[in-house]
Write a protein that binds this ligand. Structure first.
Ligand code: FE
Length: 215
């Protein structure tokens, strides 16, 4: 990146002096300050990192499948995600960022972006994909959401209202996609397999089940 007027170079590459990238050294410095000021411990930082590393879109898919299968859970999930998620063993941080779950319907389709950086519901989806962090997605999601969805294979009817939600450091979003037709007989595990990561970001719909042979 550029050299600041303060004379401190801001690069993203590796720094030969300690083998850490600019961001690596920055993260270490921030952690050291937080610990020094007594705001958290190194163990808490490590445990938060382990928590995110252990998560994947399979966790989010499990939550969506439960919401599809259990209307009571779905209502609780939409109203108060934090407490509903404890039913499945997930604990959201009680500080920010908070999580909102938004439901896609026949009339409204939600799509999530972080226009500023890469805010993402990591507690349920793990790390965001690279395209989510790209400048192309962050800018185009706002000006041409339907065009972006088309590239993910989703052609929405003009009658469907598209709502683009901008994630922030305070509030993250998880999309509750529409349950595909023809899935009434599927188990929760089978439903979860239809829930792709991208459908929980809202750039596409869940997978459609393979045709089931007549019983
Ligand atoms: Fe962000």
């Amino acid at each position: 990146m550029s050299d600041g007027h303060d004379g401190h170079p801001h690069h993203e590459g590796m720094d030969a002096s300690d083998g850490l990238s600019y961001y690596g050294r920055r993260a270490q410095a921030i952690e050291a300050l937080l610990v020094e000021k007594g705001l958290c411990t190194s163990e808490e930082v490590q445990s938060a990192m382990d928590n995110v590393e252990s998560r994947s879109p399979a966790d989010g898919a499990r939550v969506i499948a439960r919401a599809w299968a259990d209307p009571g859970f779905k209502a609780r999930l939409l109203a108060d995600p934090g407490s509903a998620l404890t039913e499945l063993g997930y604990t959201l941080p009680d500080t920010t960022p908070h999580l909102a779950v938004v439901e896609n319907t026949e009339q409204v389709h939600h799509m999530v972006v972080c226009t500023l950086c890469s805010c993402y519901p990591r507690t349920l989806l793990g790390r965001p994909p690279d395209w989510y962090k790209s400048f192309a997605y962050r800018s185009r999601a706002v000006v041409d959401p339907r065009g972006v969805m088309r590239e993910f294979g989703l052609e929405l009817d003009e009658s469907v209202e598209v709502r683009v939600l901008d994630s922030t450091a305070d509030l993250r979003y998880l999309v509750l996609p529409r349950r595909p037709a023809g899935t009434d007989s599927l188990s929760e595990d089978a439903l979860a397999k239809l829930v792709s990561r991208d459908s929980m970001i809202g750039v596409c719909n869940p997978r459609v089940p393979d045709p089931v042979a007549a019983d």
